[in-house]
Ligand binder design. Sequence first.
Ligand code: FE
Ligand code: FE
Ligand code: MG
Length: 166
Amino acid sequence: MGKKGREIVGEFADELVSMLNRALADEWLAYYQYWVGAKVVMGPMKGEVAAELIEHATDELRHADMLVNRILQLGGTPLLNPKDWFDQTNCGYDPPEDPFVRKILEQNIAGEQCAIDTYNKIQELTRERDPVTYSMVVQILQDEVEHEEDLQSLLEDLNNLRFLRG
Ligand code: FE
Ligand code: FE
Ligand code: MG
């Protein structure tokens, strides 16, 4: 823990660590939902969709890495046990039990919408109080906005396939 680095955040550091740990739980669950979704996905455009899901899984893991680094800088302890993920998560986990491409896209769009809400709240809470966390969260938020857009445009392409059949 960097002493001065934590000092500038002041009293807010502990509350911030809890918030970042909840986001960390979300990122791991999102990572697995994308990763396993890419394995089981079935239906039209499944190759293209799986490639996007794998790309997003990689991004979620990178977000987890960023969050842990910041938690450590703040003198906190990152969640050490995967059992805690379900207790701490904001956005939950939606198992891809129906592997049809449309259903998987819809589940992950809902997940991204929750992630956008979560990071938008953290962004608001840190803007005046912790510029370092704020700038990291804005970067993550940009990715989540892009993720939602990518999945929604795949869903639109899927919906447009019916026009090919005439
Ligand atoms: Fe993420
Ligand atoms: Fe995402
Ligand atoms: Mg993408």
